[in-house]
Design a protein around this ligand. Structure first.
Ligand code: ZN
Length: 417
């Protein structure tokens, strides 16, 4: 169900509010609320990451290369291949040949992590797993079997806990299957938002040049018209105007250098979508609406964007890290890209392909992605770009193959004007 607040947008204009985009997700704790799928004519707002996990708060995945695993890997020596370092179960579980193959592939990803292999083998050996449909067995193995810390690491830790619990061990095969099925559907260890690993974009950042500043009058910030300081950030031959408030609170507002670094770290396809950036001196005026809607008095937006390619960045306390800024900018360009392609309402028929891909893939990039198909697109695009060209790309792609395929083809197209 979608619900509109007010009328349809009158079309985007560069410095004014644009047509509606997807609403922000419900804050943590309210995510269960189905109202999170509502869409309105408010600009899409990405939550300030009050609940963004820092590395410290991120669910601890099993460490790759743990001591015991390293030894086991060394013993396996030249035989390092499928199941190297793995303690193979005494009796081979009864699995379809293709599932067995996937299991072996996933085990081979962890030559130095015996704990990971132990979890995967315990899963495969359980009567509950053997009772699952083949397609779900494949999904679950790809989900918990990867080396990525974005999804697979935390998921495997959570699964390990489940497999060792009395509730699972004492259940009969049918009930075990139901528990595993629920685990696959709920993905309880999934992070709240897609967030880059530390310095994920550092090597991708291009050099940039700053032009300005100049003083400009009456800029239509989301928080109202105000005089501003204008810079132009030049990256890879493209100049992007950035407006900042005249008086900014440095403890909560990003500096021109931080914004420029974010723009310089964007993939070329994302940067092409950015028309300008408004660094807001005041919170998103829509926050009050969402605070009420989601019953969270602390609600605050971090970034918003619409079809017009204008990114608004709001103050946040504490100020977000450069990594988080870099990643969120990609997420926001995902809104600009998807709205241009398929329209600003996800009930538009053109969204059907993406919605079908979400359903077919099953695995979500974050809890936030569940708020709306548009959020799923932004989160998936961010994850796609985070792993693109890295050793993790193949395993993350295997978790969300249909969505990655669509993004492949969108990025191969010439961007729409
Ligand atoms: Zn968003």
């Amino acid at each position: 169900m979608t619900r509109r607040i007010g009328g349809a947008g009158t079309g985007p204009s560069p410095l004014s509010r644009s047509a509606r985009t997807t609403p922000p997700p419900a804050p943590k704790g309210a995510l269960k609320n189905t109202a999170a799928t509502a869409s309105t004519n408010l600009r899409e707002a990405r939550y300030e990451s009050r609940f963004e996990e820092t590395d410290a708060a991120r669910p601890k995945p099993q460490a790759e290369g743990a001591k015991a695993g390293a030894k086991a890997g060394a013993r396996a020596g030249a035989k390092a291949g499928a199941r190297a370092g793995a303690a193979a179960p005494k009796e081979a579980p009864k699995l379809p040949a293709d599932v067995r193959k996937t299991l072996d592939q996933q085990l081979a990803l962890h030559p130095k992590n015996s704990a990971a292999c132990k979890t995967l083998n315990a899963l495969a050996a359980s009567p509950g797993f053997q009772g699952m449909k083949e397609a779900d067995q494949q999904k679950l193995l790809k989900y918990v079997g990867g080396t990525n810390l974005d999804l697979s690491g935390p998921a495997r830790s959570a699964l390990d806990k489940k497999l060792g619990s009395d509730a699972f061990k004492k259940a009969d095969a049918g009930k075990q299957t139901a528990q595993l099925q629920k685990f696959l559907t709920d993905q309880p260890a999934t992070p709240d938002v897609v967030a880059p690993q530390k310095d994920a974009f550092k090597d991708k950042r291009l050099p940039y040049k700053l032009h300005g500043p100049s003083n400009v009058k009456d800029i239509a910030f989301q928080g109202g018209k105000a005089d501003a300081v204008k810079y132009e950030v030049e990256v890879d031959g493209k100049k992007i105007p950035v407006y900042l408030p005249k008086k900014a609170d440095k403890t909560s507002t990003h500096s021109i250098d931080e914004v420029a670094k974010g723009l310089a770290a964007l993939p070329k396809s994302s940067r092409a979508l950015v028309k300008e950036v408004l660094v807001e001196g005041k919170p998103n005026p829509d926050d009050a609406y969402w605070a009420k809607e989601y019953n969270d008095p602390n609600f605050s937006s971090y970034m918003t964007a619409g079809a017009d390619g204008v990114i608004n960045v709001y103050p946040s306390k504490p100020k977000q890290s450069q990594d988080y800024l870099d990643g969120t900018m990609i997420h926001e360009t995902g809104h600009t890209l998807s709205i241009k392609q398929w329209g600003d309402s996800d009930s538009d028929k053109r969204w059907d392909g993406w919605k079908a891909a979400i359903k077919s893939d099953g695995i979500v990039p974050s809890k936030y992605a569940k708020a709306a198909p548009g959020e799923d697109f932004g989160e998936t695009l961010q994850l796609y770009q985070q792993v693109k060209g890295t050793p993790k790309e193949a395993e993350v792609r295997a978790m969300m193959p249909e969505r990655f395929k669509i993004i492949d083809s969108l990025l191969a197209e010439k961007p729409k004007p």
